[in-house]
Design a binder for this molecule. Structure first.
Ligand code: NAP
Ligand code: COA
Length: 270
């Protein structure tokens, strides 16, 4: 490590050597960093999102790291298309060792101001999309040992104004995580979720943060007084999907600098 929150890019011990990963929403931001980390650790990675350009660009980056990588442009809201993408991945690489449902949609809008279709869009991308991926992938899971991972958010447990659609969708993702963990544990499939706090340099933060002054005030309210990095979420994903976490299932891992603890702005330096 080069400091307390940055990974040295040459670090690559091969924790995921030969593992087959299907990753939805892994063509930008946090999920793309997860794809990069898994590829650096020796995984074969199949990425899926709507934009063909973003899929192509990500596949190019992963192959550039020496990984076997492929992808398909698919909207997660269409079950037949998701099923097709997963079948393609299995055809190429064989059974699935890891499945990521990281896709999401977000915008700031009041419940009285957004349309029914606006609310539905986010619930369908985040919650139905996660179900679609898990439902299509589970029959191809490498049992025992497969790891399923969703990316949720603090909005799942903390009500936020102008985020009713996201709060409802992510609360559903948390419950889906726990129900699938209970149903599939007997077959040796683990199902977990990561709840990131505010992560620097992401589309999500761009959509949610206001002026620099508001961002600074927000950071001061966090226990750790800074935003997280994409790499910190990728590290958590790597751990929870690896054998090091083999007794962990149904867990919502809060990698959030203390976000859900509440306001820490009154803390004094020791
Ligand atoms: P992002 O860069 O916008 O990533 C979203 C990904 O989902 C993209 O690859 C996007 O690609 C894909 N996607 C969106 N709609 C889709 C659809 N209908 N079908 C298939 N793929 C779709 O976002 P991010 O900020 O890194 O967030 C990543 C995850 O972390 C999300 O689950 C988010 O809720 C969670 N999170 C983020 C933060 C944060 O601070 N950023 C905090 C807490 C939780 P296409 O455009 O090509 O479809
Ligand atoms: N405020 C209120 N309503 C909004 C909105 C906003 N900022 N942005 C979109 N909507 C509404 C649209 O008006 C539409 O409703 P309508 O049919 O009643 O007019 C509905 O949401 C769907 O919009 P559309 O653009 O057709 O949806 P889409 O499926 O192409 O895109 C979104 C989905 C809206 C979530 C889009 O922002 C997206 O693709 N996001 C992905 C990236 C992202 O959000 N990253 C952050 C992750 S944390």
């Amino acid at each position: 490590m080069t400091d307390n929150h940055t990974r040295n890019e040459t670090y690559s011990p091969g924790l995921m050597k030969g593992k087959t990963c299907f990753m939805s929403g892994a063509t930008s931001g946090i999920n793309r960093q997860i794809a990069v980390r898994f590829a650096m650790e020796g995984a074969k990675v199949f990425v899926m999102s709507r934009s063909q350009d973003k899929v192509d660009d990500t596949v190019k980056e992963l192959r550039g790291l020496g990984a076997e990588a492929d992808g398909m442009a698919v909207d997660v809201r269409s079950y037949p298309d998701v099923d097709l993408a997963i079948q393609k991945c299995v055809e190429l690489y064989g059974k699935l060792d890891m499945v990521l449902a990281g896709q999401a949609g977000n915008f700031v809008a009041g419940a009285a101001q957004m349309s029914s279709n606006a609310f539905k869009s986010v619930v369908d991308i985040d919650l139905l999309g996660t179900f679609n991926i898990y439902r299509a992938a589970v029959e191809h899971a490498n049992k025992p040992g497969a790891a399923f991972l969703a990316i949720t958010a603090p909005q799942a447990t903390q009500p936020h104004m102008f985020q009713s659609h996201v709060c409802a969708a992510k609360a559903g993702v948390n419950m889906l995580t726990k129900c699938c963990a209970m149903e599939w544990g007997k077959s040796g499939i683990r199902v977990n979720a990561i709840s990131p706090g505010p992560i620097d340099d992401t589309e999500g933060m761009k959509r949610l943060s206001g002026s620099p002054a508001i961002v600074e005030k927000y950071k001061q309210g966090l226990a750790l007084k800074r935003m997280g990095t994409k790499d910190e979420i990728a590290d958590a994903a790597l751990w929870v999907c690896s054998d090091a976490a083999r007794y962990v299932t149904g867990t919502i891992l809060e990698i959030d600098g203390g976000t859900v603890l509440g306001d820490s702005s009154m803390a004094m330096e020791l």
